[in-house]
Design a protein around this ligand. Structure first.
Ligand SMILES: Cc1ncc(C[n+]2csc(CCOP(=O)(O)OP(=O)(O)O)c2C)c(N)n1
Length: 657
C-alpha cells in the first residue's frame, strides 16, 4: 500500500461523504467501504476512456448496489468524465442533476445502466458479458476483448434475481465477468445475520463461478484477485471483506452509516482519523492530477485500438459500425411491405404467436444483431425459428439464448444486451409471467432501451391451463408503465407492423402480446403505411351512419367483426376499430382520435382482460374483472360473457332499439 493510493481512495470517500452531507440525503457507508476496491480497479485494471465513454471495447463497470451512487459519481469526476464536474457533485440528488439519487443511465455519460432496485445491475452485467462474447466471436478478440465488472452488495446477492443471473452466467461460462461482492455483512435492518446464513463460497462455486476472498481494504490482495480472475475460464466473484462506513469512528461497521448523512461532527472525526485535512469537496491538486492521469491513459488505449481496427480489412470495420448503429434497419420497411402484400393475398388464419414467429424468421435474416430467446417456452412462444442459432458456452456465434426458467434473469440480461450497443434483444414467456419480468421491464422503459418482450398466451383464450395461466390484469399493468409500447396485434398484418415499430423504436421498449389460438386475417385493405403505427384504425364500417363503435384488440377484433355482421342483420350499422397499441393511439392528434372514437356515439370496448385500461375511451367496457377459469377456451369466453350475443345485446340497449 503506498500513501498515494490511500489518498486516491480517500478522495473517493470524502467526495461521497461531502455530497451526501450537502444533499442531506444519500448513502455514504457503501462508497466509504468500497473506495479501496474501486480505486484499485480504476487505477490498475479498468480500461476506459472518459473522452469517449461509448468506446465499444471499454471495460464495463456496473454499480449494482446503486444506492452507493456517490462512489460512481466520484470516480467519474476524478477520472475526468465531462458531465461530472465538481458542481454536478455538489448538486447530488437535486432536480435535473446527472448525479441523481441512484445512477440513471445516460448514453455516453459513463453511467452504463440504471441501478437501485437491488439485483438488477447484476442481471444487466450478465447481459453485457454475453454481449461482449457475441461481439468478440463476430469480430475476433483483437477487436473486442474486454471485461465486465460489477459491484454487488449483500442486498444484490440476497435478491432472487441474483440466483437466476449468476446461474445463467455460470452455465454460459462468462469468463470476462468479474463481480466484486461488498461483503460488509450489514444491510438496513442491521447485521445480515438477522436474515441470512447461506454459504457464499458453496453457493457461487455450485453455479460454476470462481470464488475469491480478499480483505477489501488491502490493495495488493484486491489487485492480485483481479489478476487471477482475469485469467479464468469461468465467471468470477471476489468477495471483498469491507467495513461499511470505513473511517467513521462511531458509525463504521454499523447500519447507521448505510443510508443517512454522517453529520458534521462525525465527518470532522473521519477527517482526523483518515488524515484528510481538506475542506468539503476540496481535492488537493496533486491527487486530482493523479486521478486525471489515470483517466487520460484511456485516450492512448483507444487510439491504439483504433489504429489496430483501421489496419484491418475495411469490411470488418464497416460491419462493426453497421452492427453498432443498426444500419440494416434501413431496409426493414421494404422487407415488411413485401410480406404485408404477400399475406394480404394469402389471408392466413393463424395464431398471432405463429405470425410473430414468421416475422422473427424474416427479420433475423436481415438483422444479425437481433438476439432472441425464451424462458423455456421456445415452442410455445414461437420465438425460435429456422434462423435461430443457439448461443452456448462454447459457441457465441449464435442469435438465440435458452434462458431456462429464469424470467427475471432473462429480462435483466436483455437490458444488458441492449445496453451493450447495437444488439436488439427479444425474449419470450407467457403473458402471465410478465409479472416475473416486471421490475426489469420497468427499467427497460425508464432507460429507454430497445428491448422486445414477446408474451404469448395472452388471454383466457389459452383455455384449459386455467386461471393460474390466464392473464387478467397484466395488460393493464403493463400499459400503466410509462414509455412502454404494449402491442396486441389481431392478425398477420398487424403482427408484422407491430414488430416493425418495435424494431425501429429508438427509445421505447415493446411488449408484443400474442394469442395462443388461431385468429382470422382481418386486414381489409392493403396499405404500405402502417396502420398499427397510429395505434388504432377502422377495420370495417357497415355505413357512414354507424350508430355504435366497437373497439377491440387482438383476438377480440374477430369477435367485434362477427358482432358487426349480426348487428347488420338487424339493421344496426356499426364501426369496428382495432386498437393494437393504446400508447400510440394516445399520441395521435385530436382529429384522428375523434375520427376513430366518436364519443357522441356509444363506444363499446372489448378485450379479454381487465377493463381498467379501456375506461379512458368509454364507459361501456366488456372484459374480465375476476380470475379466469379452467375449460376449453370457447367455453371460457362464454362463461365470461365475451360473446357476439352479448355485444349485440349491449349495443341494442345503448341505442335503445
Ligand atoms: C429490490 C430492492 N429492495 C429493497 C431496496 C431498498 N434497499 C436499498 S439498500 C438495501 C440493503 C442494504 O444492504 P446492502 O445491500 O448490504 O448495502 P450496504 O448496507 O452494504 O450499503 C435495501 C433493502 C432496494 N433498493 N431494492
Amino acid at each position: 500500500m503506498t500513501t498515494n493510493i490511500i489518498q486516491l481512495a480517500n478522495a473517493v470517500r470524502f467526495l461521497s461523504i461531502d455530497a451526501v452531507q450537502k444533499a442531506n440525503s444519500g448513502h455514504p457507508g457503501m462508497p466509504m467501504g468500497m473506495a479501496d476496491v474501486a480505486t484499485v480497479l480504476f487505477k490498475d485494471h479498468l480500461r476506459f476512456n472518459p473522452q469517449n465513454p461509448s468506446w465499444i471495447n471499454r471495460d464495463r463497470f456496473i454499480l449494482s448496489a446503486g444506492h452507493g451512487s456517490m462512489l460512481l459519481y466520484s470516480l467519474l469526476y476524478l477520472t475526468g468524465y465531462k458531465d461530472f464536474t465538481i458542481e454536478a457533485l455538489k448538486n447530488f440528488r437535486q432536480m435535473n442533476s446527472i448525479c441523481a439519487g441512484h445512477p440513471e443511465y445516460k448514453k455516453n455519460s459513463g453511467i452504463e445502466t440504471t441501478t437501485g432496485p437491488l439485483g438488477q445491475g447484476l442481471g444487466n452485467a450478465v447481459g453485457l458479458a454475453v454481449g461482449e462474447e457475441i461481439y468478440r466471436k463476430k469480430f475476433s478478440s483483437s477487436i473486442v476483448d474486454h471485461k465486465t465488472y460489477a459491484i454487488a452488495s449483500d442486498g444484490d446477492l440476497m435478491e432472487g434475481i441474483s440466483h437466476e443471473a449468476m446461474s445463467l452466467a455460470g452455465h454460459l461460462k462468462l469468463k470476462n465477468l468479474i463481480v466484486f461482492f461488498d461483503n460488509n455483512k450489514i444491510s438496513i435492518d442491521g447485521p445480515t445475520s438477522l436474515s441470512f446464513s447461506d454459504d457464499y463460497k458453496k453457493r457461487f462455486e455450485s453455479y460454476g463461478w470462481n470464488f475469491f476472498e480478499v480483505n477489501g481494504h488491502n490493495h495488493k490482495q484486491i489487485s492480485n484477485a483481479i489478476k487471477k480472475a482475469s485469467k479464468s475460464k469461468k465467471p468470477n466473484i471476489i468477495s471483498c471483506k469491507t467495513v461499511i462506513g470505513f473511517g467513521s469512528p462511531n458509525k463504521s461497521g454499523k447500519a447507521s452509516s448505510h443510508g443517512s448523512p454522517l453529520g458534521d461532527e462525525e465527518i470532522e472525526l473521519v477527517r482526523k482519523k483518515l488524515k484528510w485535512p481538506h475542506t468539503s469537496f476540496e481535492i488537493p491538486i496533486d491527487i486530482l492530477k493523479t486521478w486525471r492521469k489515470i483517466g487520460e491513459r484511456g485516450i492512448s488505449l483507444e487510439k491504439k485500438w483504433s489504429s489496430n481496427l483501421n489496419s484491418k480489412n475495411s469490411k470488418i470495420k464497416n460491419e462493426l459500425e453497421s452492427m453498432q448503429k443498426n444500419t440494416k434497419l434501413d431496409n426493414l420497411d421494404s422487407l415488411i411491405n413485401v410480406e404485408k402484400e404477400k399475406y394480404f393475398k394469402e389471408k392466413p388464419s393463424k395464431a398471432t404467436r405463429e405470425c410473430s414467429s414468421m416475422t422473427i424468421e424474416l427479420v433475423t435474416k436481415l438483422l444479425p444483431e437481433i438476439i432472441g430467446g425464451s424462458a423455456d417456452l421456445s415452442g410455445s412462444n414461437n420465438t425460435k425459428t429456422k434462423n435461430s442459432k443457439i448461443i452456448s458456452s462454447n459457441d457465441f456465434n449464435g442469435n438465440y439464448i435458452h434462458y431456462g426458467i429464469r424470467e427475471h434473469g432473462m429480462a435483466a440480461a436483455m437490458n444488458g444486451l441492449a445496453l451493450y450497443g447495437g444488439l436488439i434483444p427479444y425474449g419470450g414467456t407467457f403473458l402471465i409471467f410478465s409479472d416475473y419480468c416486471k421490475p426489469s421491464i420497468r427499467l427497460s422503459a425508464l432507460m429507454g432501451l430497445k428491448v422486445i418482450y414477446v408474451f404469448s398466451h395472452d388471454s383466457i383464450g389459452l383455455g384449459e391451463d386455467g386461471p393460474t395461466h390466464q392473464p387478467i390484469e397484466q395488460l393493464a399493468g403493463l400499459r400503466a408503465i410509462p414509455n412502454l409500447n404494449v402491442f396486441r396485434p389481431a392478425d398477420m398484418n398487424e403482427t408484422l407492423e407491430c414488430w416493425q415499430i418495435a424494431l425501429k423504436s429508438k427509445k421505447t421498449p415493446s411488449v408484443i402480446a400474442l394469442s395462443r389460438q388461431k385468429l382470422p386475417y382481418i386486414n381489409p385493405f392493403h396499405s404500405k403505411e402502417s396502420k398499427s403505427e397510429l395505434g388504432a384504425y377502422v377495420v370495417n364500417t357497415t355505413s357512414q351512419n354507424s350508430v355504435v363503435t366497437l373497439v377491440a384488440s387482438g383476438s377480440e377484433v374477430e369477435l367485434a367483426l362477427q358482432a358487426q355482421k349480426e348487428l347488420k342483420e338487424i339493421n344496426i350499422d356499426s364501426k369496428v376499430v382495432s386498437m393494437p397499441c393504446q400508447e400510440l393511439f394516445n399520441q395521435q392528434n385530436n382529429d384522428y382520435k375523434n375520427e376513430i372514437i366518436n364519443k357522441e356515439l356509444p363506444v363499446i370496448t372489448i378485450e379479454a382482460s381487465s377493463v381498467s385500461s379501456w375506461e379512458k375511451y368509454s364507459k361501456y367496457n366488456m372484459g374480465i374483472e375476476t380470475f379466469g377459469a379452467s375449460a376449453p377456451f370457447k367455453e371460457v369466453y362464454k362463461h365470461f360473457n365475451l360473446t357476439t350475443a352479448k355485444i349485440v345485446e349491449l349495443t341494442k340497449r345503448l341505442i335503445k332499439k
